[in-house]
Structures are given as structure tokens and as C-alpha cells.
Ligand binder design. Structure first.
Ligand code: C2E
Ligand code: MG
Ligand code: MG
Ligand code: MG
Length: 276
């Protein structure tokens, strides 16, 4: 009996693993058809000037409507797409779609820069530059309206290749932001030699900002550093008035978060920009 009981946790454990790997396989398989089935959608989260409450730019975030019932979070499907290599074609869909939205905005005389997220595997795709360049030209978009968000994880290896790519993009006019700033393990030295325009303070430092002195110290240090390096700074994950006020009072002038606006379907976003 003792032996039987001892075996139980192992059984539960392998059952969990089995469910997880079945789910993964299901998603990986379904992802293969997501583009042709038109299951992707961009949501756009406005980024505000915290003093004037005006929209100064916005971030494109991918949504996957796997079927009529289920919309899968990018937190779940991006890692799968990244491992399976599907991120290349999915990422291209995102780049094209963002350029189409920028073209729409431009046509309506609304000039709002849009950022999109790039994951590590996309950065090492040697056709990335050409793809972005073509998408910008094809849609007659001004390249300085496009910003790319990369995480510090991208910078851990292949420094020189990444630097060259970002330099070329910068020469084209495209901007670069460091996403989730402060959560990676890379050294800060990249700030010296990479052509970066903006730091996005990770939401984990913002959640308890109103009450936690450590978070306050970190955020103030990032704001001060960005200022002396002449980088823009954006706070992510603003969920309440207290966080917003702290940031405003300490000269972090731009931010995004549910308190200001959720990510919106493209039409709703354009309506909001038009209203503002
Ligand atoms: P991220 O780029 O750091 O995006 C910010 C995430 O925080 C988004 O989650 C956004 O909806 C969420 N968020 C915004 N404001 C708040 C807030 O006030 N509170 C909280 N709790 N969350 C907030 P989302 O859309 O689920 O995306 C998650 C991550 O998936 C993104 O993190 C990004 O790393 C990745 N991702 C999303 N779209 C794409 C894409 O098109 N390509 C790639 N490669 N990655 C993407
Ligand atoms: Mg982002
Ligand atoms: Mg982020
Ligand atoms: Mg993130």
C-alpha cells in the first residue's frame, strides 16, 4: 500500500504534464492555420502624455481568436510560435497590419506613431530589415511613425548583429524601444552603443509604485538615467490614479495602462484618437 500511495503524486504530475503538452500541440497545430483563417487581430493600446491626458503614441498587441469561443493570450501563444518558428510569419503579419493601420491613420490626417513587439527569433531573421522596409514603402508610411519594441533578452548574445540591424533601421527612420526595461539580465552597456530611443519601465515596478519605496527608487533611477541619456521613457501598467500621480510628479511624462485605456480594437482606437 505504501508503494501505491507513494506513486500517486507521480501519476498526477505526469497527468498534468500530459495535459500541458496536449494543449501545446493543439495550439501549435491550430497556429499553422491562423493566418489563412484570418484569426489574428491587432488591438492598440494608447500611450498618453500624463499631464495633458493626450494620446502621444500607441502599442500594437496581437490577439488570436483560435475559434469562436476562445481568444488566446499572447503570453501563451507567442512562446509557442517562437519555439516552433511560426513567429516569423506571424510577426510579418503584425508588421504588415501595423503599416496598414498607420496608412489609415495618415489618410485621416492623424499622426500617431505605433509600436510593435519583436521577439528574439524575429530579430535574428536576416530578412527582417527588408520586410519592414518593403512594408513601409508599400503602405507609403513615414518610417518615423513606426517603433519596434525589443526586450533586453535579445541583447544577450549576437550584440554586433543586433547593433547593425538596429542601426540600419534607425537610418531608415524607424525607432527602437526597450520593452520591460529592468527585467532582463543584460548589462546596461548596450545603452551606450545601440541606437535606442525609448525605455519602457516594466509594469512589475509600477504595480506597487504608490507604496513600495524600493519600486519608487528604481523607477526614479530609470527616469533620471533616461533623462541624462536623452532617451524617452514610458511607464507600463498604470492601473490607478496614485501610480499615475507619482509618475507625473517625478517627470515620467508618458505612460500606458488599464487606468488610462485598455488595448482597443483598431476601429475603436481610431474613434478615440479622432475624439481627442
Ligand atoms: P508587452 O509588450 O510588455 O505588452 C504589455 C502587456 O501588458 C499587454 O499584454 C497589455 O495588454 C498589458 N497591459 C497593459 N496595461 C496594463 C495594466 O494596466 N495592467 C496589466 N496588468 N496589464 C497591462 P498582452 O497584450 O497580453 O501581451 C503580452 C505580451 O505578449 C506583450 O508584453 C509582448 O511581450 C507579447 N506580445 C503581444 N503582442 C505581440 C506581437 O505582436 N509580437 C510579439 N513578438 N510579441 C507580442
Ligand atoms: Mg511591448
Ligand atoms: Mg512590456
Ligand atoms: Mg511583457
Amino acid at each position: 500500500h505504501a508503494k501505491q500511495r507513494g506513486a500517486e503524486p507521480v501519476q498526477f504530475y505526469s497527468l498534468d504534464l500530459k495535459i500541458a503538452s496536449e494543449r501545446r500541440l493543439k495550439l501549435e497545430e491550430a497556429l499553422r492555420h491562423a493566418i489563412e483563417k484570418n484569426q489574428f487581430e491587432l488591438h492598440i493600446q494608447p500611450i498618453f502624455d500624463l499631464c495633458s491626458n493626450k494620446i502621444v503614441k500607441a502599442e500594437a498587441l496581437l490577439r488570436w481568436h483560435m475559434d469562436d469561443e476562445e481568444t488566446i493570450s499572447p503570453e501563451e501563444f507567442i512562446p509557442i510560435a517562437e519555439e516552433s518558428g511560426q513567429i516569423i510569419s506571424i510577426g510579418r503579419w503584425v508588421i504588415s497590419e501595423v503599416c496598414r493601420v498607420l496608412a489609415r491613420l495618415t489618410k485621416e490626417s492623424l499622426s500617431v506613431p505605433l509600436s510593435l513587439n519583436l521577439s528574439p527569433r524575429q530579430i535574428s531573421d536576416r530578412h527582417l530589415f527588408d520586410f519592414i522596409n518593403n512594408a513601409v514603402i508599400k503602405n507609403r508610411v513615414s518610417p518615423d511613425l513606426l517603433e519596434l519594441e525589443i526586450t533586453e533578452g535579445v541583447l544577450v548574445d549576437n550584440h554586433e548583429k543586433v547593433r547593425k540591424l538596429l542601426q540600419e533601421l534607425r537610418e531608415m527612420g524607424v525607432r527602437v524601444a526597450i520593452d520591460d526595461f529592468g527585467t532582463g539580465y543584460s548589462s546596461l552597456s548596450y545603452l551606450k552603443y545601440l541606437p535606442i530611443d525609448c525605455l519602457k519601465i516594466d509594469q512589475s515596478f509600477v504595480f506597487d509604485l504608490a507604496t513600495n519605496p524600493d519600486d519608487q527608487a528604481i523607477v526614479l533611477a530609470v527616469i533620471a538615467m533616461a533623462k541624462s541619456l536623452k532617451l524617452k521613457v514610458i511607464a507600463e501598467g498604470i492601473e490607478n490614479e496614485m501610480q499615475k500621480r507619482f509618475l507625473e510628479e517625478h517627470e515620467c511624462l508618458t505612460g500606458q495602462g488599464f487606468y488610462l485605456s485598455r488595448p482597443l480594437p483598431v476601429d475603436d482606437f481610431i474613434t478615440l484618437v479622432n475624439a481627442g
